[in-house]
Design a protein around this ligand. Structure first.
Ligand code: CU
Length: 331
């Protein structure tokens, strides 16, 4: 066999591989996709490209039955909306609260994502406590002069791989009792980022359980970038107000007060929000923070933008070293 022939054959194989790849990798998917039953689950819909090269200008996702609350990610340049829908009979929305209004659709509109770039649209969803369930999230990707409908749900015995336009999928871990992360072989650890916003990794977030109307959230911010950034704002649906606080010495006493101008995260540096120092203050809690529960918190950085993460509630008086940054685990 001569060299030119071999090279030609290899090129043909390569061309075939490239030609078949787009359908395999180009779907709109939820990532991560494996969740724990009943958890507040942070995921993102990844839009891998435009519609036939045209820019993406809208993304609409239908929220499946069993999801009682959703917090979408704020994205600069996009309007985000949650359309609610009314149920025939009320369901438990968590903490024993009953509701007949649940999220029906989340939409991001008004932006423009170039057809050759990808982006992610984040969501925190309160998932049903149904081990082994599959939640399909139909997505309509609107583009300049067209759309792509990712709405196909496989029938029994069918594989999503056989569908040209499958809906996004969230799988709820089975009843083995193991959290979803363990099933991927990953060990929870304090150095595993709970979330990332641009160059900022957010590690080991936790709140302390409290029966009071105020609570604190603690976490570590690591700036992997070459520019300093500032945590300018925090928000959560569990509290009426959320403030960024610091502890200062007032005579002999320590007192806390809102920080002036946000919490700095130096270029290449680490800023710890910990008891006795910087912290996120939840004021006017709508429910007591119960150990073992979770809630969403959105942090907004001046440069890195906004990110929503899931905050596990640890025992009253918990310190950063008490836990792994992963909910409910004691070591
Ligand atoms: Cu405070």
């Amino acid at each position: 066999m001569n060299r030119a022939f071999l090279a030609g054959a290899m090129l043909a194989t390569l061309a075939a591989a490239v030609a078949t790849q787009p359908s395999a990798r180009a779907h709109v998917v939820a990532d991560p996709a494996l969740a724990q039953p009943g958890s507040y689950f942070r995921t993102a819909l990844r839009v891998p490209h435009g519609c036939d090269g045209r820019p993406t200008t809208a993304l609409r996702v239908t929220i499946p039955d069993g999801v009682v609350s959703v917090t979408p990610q704020a994205k600069p340049g996009w309007q985000v909306a949650v359309a609610m829908r009314k149920l025939d009979r009320p369901v438990d929305a968590g903490h024993g609260r009953m509701t007949d209004m649940v999220p029906g659709e989340v939409s991001w509109t008004g932006g423009s994502l170039p057809g050759n770039l990808f982006d992610e649209f984040g969501l925190v969803l309160k998932l049903p406590a149904t081990p082994g369930a599959q939640l399909w999230l139909p997505v309509v990707q609107g583009c300049d002069g067209g759309e792509a409908r990712w709405e196909q749900i496989p029938a029994a015995g069918q594989s999503a791989h056989d569908l040209p336009r499958p809906a996004a999928l969230i799988r709820i871990a089975d009843s083995s009792g193991k959290p979803a992360m363990h099933q991927h072989g990953a060990q929870p650890s304090a150095t595993m980022p709970a979330a990332k916003a641009g160059d900022i990794a957010i590690e080991a977030p936790f709140a302390r359980a409290t029966p009071a109307r105020v609570g604190g959230v603690f976490l570590t911010l690591k700036n992997g970038g070459k520019a300093a950034d500032i945590l300018v704002r925090a928000a959560s649906p569990v509290a009426e107000h959320v403030e960024l606080h610091e502890h200062v010495k007032d005579g002999e006493a320590m007192r806390m007060r809102p920080v002036d101008g946000g919490i700095p995260v130096p270029a290449g540096g680490i800023t710890a929000l910990q008891p006795g120092g910087y912290h996120v203050m939840l004021i006017g809690l709508k429910q007591p923070l119960k150990e073992g529960s979770h809630f969403p918190l959105t942090l907004t950085f001046q440069k890195a933008g906004a990110v929503t993460l899931d905050i596990p509630v640890m025992k009253a008086g918990a310190m950063p070293d008490d836990h792994s940054g992963h909910s409910g685990h004691k070591h």
